[in-house]
Write a protein of this length. Structure first.
Length: 303
């Protein structure tokens, strides 16, 4: 193989051959655990944090993961080394991990199924699509709060990074009808702010950064980095339940996510917010130091 490579159940394959059967539990039940890590300068960033979250998600979702951490690391680094060599120096990769309980035979008229079959494990990479995120730095993020609510934690632990995400699909379609460039900022059934489909949410009030309690949202790696930067820069950081009114009255609001690290929010439900704010600019400069490059300029070369 002279082009990019991917990994599927112990073998290396071209990305076009990375396929799961339609009777895999990932399709039949949506029982798919995933994670996404990115590179800076073609090296995985906070890989151990992502690997630890992937392992916790597999355990919490009852998805067996017999491949050890050392072997997962070896596979991930091999894919990145091989596939990054095909990129320009200024490009970087996203690395995706996917795990399912494996195929369910009776959905294909066959015998066998979990736990008597091997689980599915796949890893693949793709070049980060900078153009997709450039608007976050050019105009700021637009958010819309839809009627669709987050799945209650009593049903699915929100800290699991998984692909049973129909509610996110519906929330995004609803937000898009109100604002074509908006992402959905979803509330829980009590009316508290949670997150978007792709990012953790933060707001700033009187110089303090607030974010929803960690047990109500995905355990974001970029959120953790942002919290660490707040401590280094003597910026207050607190977890608390947030209402939509809190968001609309915020001095600033931000999103943190692996592909773009940190972005400022310029509108919520059409209401303008101060953007870009001074706390955001300070934290983004901290991200630049962590990444060893100008994050905004990498994603938006016109900056």
């Amino acid at each position: 193989m002279h082009g990019p490579i991917a990994y599927l159940n112990g073998i290396l394959v071209p990305p076009g051959e990375l396929q799961l059967p339609l009777h895999d539990a990932g399709f039949v039940f949506g029982a798919t655990v995933t994670d996404l890590c990115r590179t800076f300068h073609h090296r995985l960033f906070r890989w151990q944090d992502h690997l630890d979250r992937f392992r916790r998600s597999c355990d919490a979702a009852c998805v067996p993961q017999p491949v050890g951490d050392d072997e997962l690391t070896r596979i991930a680094e091999h894919l990145v080394t091989r596939n990054a060599a095909l990129l320009e120096p200024e490009q970087d990769l996203a690395l995706v991990l996917i795990a399912t309980p494996g195929p369910i035979g009776y959905y294909a008229g066959q015998s066998g199924g979990p736990p008597d079959v091997a689980p599915t494990l796949a890893l693949h990479t793709f070049p980060l699509p900078y153009a997709r995120y450039a608007g976050l730095f050019r105009e700021g993020a637009h958010l819309v709060v839809p009627q669709t609510r987050h799945v209650p934690a009593a049903c699915i632990d929100p800290r699991i990074k998984q692909r049973s995400r129909l509610h996110w699909w519906l929330a995004e379609r609803e937000a898009g009808r109100a604002d074509p460039v908006a992402s959905a900022l979803v509330l829980d059934t009590q009316g508290h702010v949670t997150e978007t489909a792709a990012a953790n949410f933060l707001l700033v009030r009187d110089g303090i950064v607030y974010t929803p309690p960690r047990d109500t949202v995905l355990a974001g790696i970029s959120l953790r980095v942002t919290e660490e930067l707040c401590k280094e820069l003597n910026i207050g950081f607190e977890e608390r339940h947030l209402s939509l009114d809190d968001c609309l009255a915020a001095d600033e609001a931000m999103l943190s996510s692996t592909p773009f690290c940190l972005a400022g929010v310029s509108r919520i439900n059409g209401v303008p917010l101060p953007w870009p704010g001074p706390v955001f600019e300070t934290l983004l400069a901290g991200w630049d130091s962590c990444a060893g490059l100008n994050v905004r300029r990498q994603i938006w070369p016109g900056f």
